[in-house]
Every structure is written in C-alpha cells, then in structure tokens.
Design a protein around this ligand. Structure first.
Ligand code: AHG
Ligand code: MN
Ligand code: MN
Length: 315
C-alpha cells in the first residue's frame, strides 16, 4: 500500500519555494486544530453566536472567532506571512516579521458557520499571494487579482475531513486519518466531470433575482438535480467531484452578491480552473477582477465549464 502524506506531497510537488510548502504545512496543522474544536463543539460551549457582527454585517459565531485565532496564531508563530486578510478581521493584520516574510494570506476561517450548530459540513478556505512589490499601503498587499495567487485551497469538516489544494499544478485532495493524525492523499489530480449532475443555488432567492438568472435556473431545473446545503465549501466540493454549477447571484437584498471575492470566490475559482472548470461573476472571469475593497462581495457562478459558459452566453 502506498501512502502519501500531505507533507510529502507538498514538498514533492513542484512548489516554487520552501516558504509556500511551509505555509501549506502550517495550514494543515491549523486544520487539525480547528477540526478538533468542530467535532466537539456541542460539548465545549462553542456552539452559538458570539455577540459580534463582522465587517460584512453578518452574525459571528463563537467557532468563527476561534478558527480565526487558530489560523492567525499558528501561521504567525512560525513567521510564515507578512499580511493577513480574514473575513473575521476588519482590517489587514500585519505580523511582527512583515519585513522578512514574503507572503500574504487570505482566509475564510470558518465557512458555512450557520451550519455549525446543526452538524452540517463547514469549511476553511485559504488563498496565498506574494507581497505586492508595488504596494504603498498594507491594503495594497491584499488587493491583488486572483490570477496572482500562488496557492489556494480549502478544508471541509464533513463526514470525513478533507483538505484540497492547488499550487497551480493540478488539484489534490487529502483525507484526514484520525488514527494517525495525518492527511493522506485520497484524490489524485481532481478533474471536474464534463457531464454535470447538480446545480446549487438558494432557490428561496428566486424571486429576488433578475429575469436572466430566473430563466437560467429554470433551464437547470429541467436537466439537473438540485443540491444546496448552504456551506459554500461543501456545495463546491460536491460539484467539483460530481460535476455541476454553484451560483450565488446578485439579488435585490444583495445587489453585489453575497460571497466575498478575496476569501471565497478567488480561491475556489483558482481550484475550479485548475480542475478544468470555470468561474465568473456573470460577465468577468473571477480571477481577473481587480479588487478595490478587502471585504468586497461578488456574484459567483462556479463549476463545470459547459454550465458556466452556458450562463455567460445566456440572455
Ligand atoms: P460564511 O459562513 O463564511 O459567512 O459563509 C456563508 C456563505 C456560504 O458558505 C454559503 O454558500 C452562503 O453563505 C449561504 O448563504 P444563504 O444562506 O443566503 O444561501
Ligand atoms: Mn464563507
Ligand atoms: Mn466564514
């Protein structure tokens, strides 16, 4: 039996620098620490809301705060990054070693956090950039286009825990083996299937979408099954493996969409393209959008190339 740990895979797989390998390794450690909290949340008074509202105006759960702290502490203790943007931080975080480390990390520490209390899959999403040599402010380091990403990935805390990453050289998935405490390669060179099975959208928003989205959803209903759990990581992961499209359109309540460009759309778009899929906001390739705000929202259509193309050509 051949076993490839995530550590070995990261080292072997043509990563441009040792630093990136170290950052990915630290994220795998942070993922194990978050997993430990997620699986025991009901026993440790970690369910429920924290009493705070984040920069996006959303209610912050206790586990959102803990996951954010775990990631920030694990990576900054190892001096792996200079600047960090997080869904749960109002401004850019600068480390004490910002002059000596070369990287910027962007995180959604806990995605789908409304699902924590009800045992539905949640996740962590990450995106890694080099520092921006043209930056004049801390913010400029974080406001880079998605095509500049060096690596990106996510961890899904589901019926099993899986970490998926790309460093621009294919997409790889690793399943956590709790018996030995390691992520082991389980999904080699993931390719999104050409023949899709699912569409994923919050159907309750149908009446709040424009007519183009409504008519597109009607065509999807005719040929595909609907699957939507309300954790982007889980909905994306399923469609990545089975084929399909995830969409979160602009709505009357959220005219710029709900999902965040830097923490959610960019990293998943990078993975999706690396797996042969596409990601758009309806007009523009997600990875080409120039961000202007840290917590910028964007409409998102993500998944099998044929379906994403079908939306962009749909009138
Ligand atoms: P987060 O928990 O990081 O704020 O993200 C929630 C997001 C995403 O995970 C999910 O796809 C979407 O919100 C669900 O929104 P609706 O409840 O509006 O469908
Ligand atoms: Mn999220
Ligand atoms: Mn989140």
């Amino acid at each position: 039996m051949s076993i490839v740990t995530i550590e070995k895979h990261i080292i072997d797989h043509a990563l441009t620098s040792n630093d990136i390998s170290h950052i990915l390794y630290d994220i795998n450690v942070a993922a194990k620490l978050i997993r430990q909290q997620v699986i025991r949340a009901g026993l440790t008074n970690l369910c429920g809301v924290s009493g705070h509202v984040n920069e996006s105006g959303e209610v912050v759960q206790r586990l959102d705060i803990l996951a954010n702290t775990i990631i920030k502490d694990t990576l900054s203790n190892h001096q792996r990054f200079s600047f960090m943007g997080s869904e749960e931080e109002s401004a850019v975080v600068q480390t004490d070693t910002y002059e000596t480390s070369d990287y910027v990390i962007l995180f959604d520490p806990l995605d789908g956090s409304s699902n924590i209390d009800v045992n539905v899959s949640v996740g962590t999403i990450f995106s890694i950039f080099k520092k921006n040599p043209q930056a004049n402010t801390l913010l400029d380091h974080c406001l880079q286009t998605g095509v500049q990403q060096i690596a990106a990935g996510y961890v899904i805390y589901g019926s099993s825990v899986v970490m998926v990453y790309t460093a621009g050289n294919g997409v790889y998935g690793f399943t956590y083996d709790p018996g030995i405490g390691e992520f082991i390669l389980s999904h080699e060179n993931i390719r999104i299937p050409d023949s899709p099975m699912y569409y994923s959208v919050n159907e309750a928003l149908f009446n709040a979408c424009d007519s183009r989205n409504q008519r597109f959803i009607q065509t999807l209903r005719e040929s595909l099954s609907l699957r939507y759990v309300g954790s982007l990581v889980a909905d994306f992961h399923r469609n990545l493996l089975k084929g399909g499209i995830y969409m979160y359109p602009a709505t009357r309540q959220s005219p710029r969409g709900k999902l965040r460009l830097l923490y959610e759309a960019n990293p998943l778009a990078f993975i999706c393209e690396q797996a042969g899929g596409l990601a758009t906001d309806g007009c523009n390739r997600i990875l080409s959008i120039e961000p202007t705000e840290l917590h910028q929202r964007v409409p998102l259509y993500l998944g099998s190339a044929a379906l994403v193309n079908a939306y962009t050509q749909f009138n």
